[in-house]
Design a protein around this ligand. Sequence first.
Ligand code: GDP
Length: 181
Amino acid sequence: MPHAAASVNRGFSMPGPHATGAAIKLRGVSPGGITLTKEADMAVERTLSIIKPDATRRNLTGKINAKFEEAGLRIIAQKRIQMTPAQAGTFYAVHKERPFYGELCEFMARAPVVVQVLEGENAIAKNREVMGATNPADAAPGTVRAEFAESVGENSVHGSDAPETAAIEISYFFSGLELVG
Ligand code: GDP
């Protein structure tokens, strides 16, 4: 990616007093979650995380957040919401053709979720490392899914898988003004 420029899309049309190109450059990241490179090999990223209904139901939000923070990920936005099946369906539209899509949408709307934005160096990959493999049976010891997931479907957390999807997923739940790193 090129260096941050004043023309970076901040996700809203009227930049506030701090929305200068210079500020973005210093922070090394855009509010929309697009990766910007500060140095050749150091990228501060933002990623969308969801603590799923199986975990909120069991009061695991704090324990999961502790794992993110211990890994150096900063929670720069967070809210507890209850999605409708339609909202969950739009979020997971990429899986529309998969046999578990209906089950997944029903699950994600069954109880509250905590949506959050995590920021840090290589945050997207780091978060997926902390999460562990999709199927808890395959997840490395110490990962969120190894410790807390109940099944391949009800697996406690979601995390974006690439800079492009992170930007789209963050903007699905948060406005630029809600990201306070
Ligand atoms: P992730 O990126 O590790 O979350 O995995 P995917 O993008 O492949 O799948 C998205 C979500 O769909 C997973 O986190 C699960 O909640 C669900 N999912 C994936 N595979 C299965 C499956 O085989 N059965 C069921 N019921 N749900 C699944």
